[in-house]
Design a protein around this ligand. Sequence first.
Ligand code: ZN
Length: 265
Amino acid sequence: MKLNKDVEVIPGSPNTLVYQGRVVVDQGGKNANLTLNAEVQLATHGHADHIAGLLDKNAKIKYLPKEDYWSLTLMGRRCMIYGFSSKEDKYFTFDLVKEDLRDEFSETEVEKVKLQGHTPGQVGYILGGVLYAGDSFFGQKVLESFGVPFYSDFWKAMDTLESLKEIIKSVEQVVISHGPVYNNRKKMEELLDFNIQFNLKLVQKIKELITNKERTAEEVTYLVSGSKEITNIMLNSVTVKSILMGIANEVKVSEKGIVYAYRSP
Ligand SMILES: [Zn+2]
């Protein structure tokens, strides 16, 4: 789908952006094996579905934000999405890239904006008047099926969403990785607002779940998750822990594990 004379988006999950046929952002997922003849391969962050382009041997320049260099190895990638690695791969269904990345990244002139929270180092790129905002926010269906957005630091991600309201005003179009592609900036502004409201409701719901009641992070995760698959619970519990640590005013250890509560005054 062409957004303007220089920018094209190849739909997928992630959506892959191509600028002037030579700069590629977030080639991965079902677009991983496309031959795009990129001179420059950029990844917004280190998650396995965004980095296949960094394996492109013909690209002269490759860039991954430094704070996301945990992504060089499979173990690092697992640790940053599930919190740990192990010997089996049955539940690590996001192992889309199994090989190590080579530390051959260099700086790029492409305009970047910091979009931290989803990962420590996520950046967005501005190319041809289009902001590619990675996984800073998500399509409505994605949010509703997971039930929880993936944010390593939920609170940092919320700050990022606020800053995006301003950044969006300075570009013509916005593309996110997982969600519909709209040519219309207004629709993306509405989607950004939807994400903020969704997240505020999630905080409220979690606060209610632990008000004068001790619950573990996994219990809370189960109750707020859309899909109850093991992998989804593993992923969602990362964000839920980040939220719980920000709202519980009592955290202790019981025989169930770490339990969180909000004692109302
Ligand atoms: Zn991601």
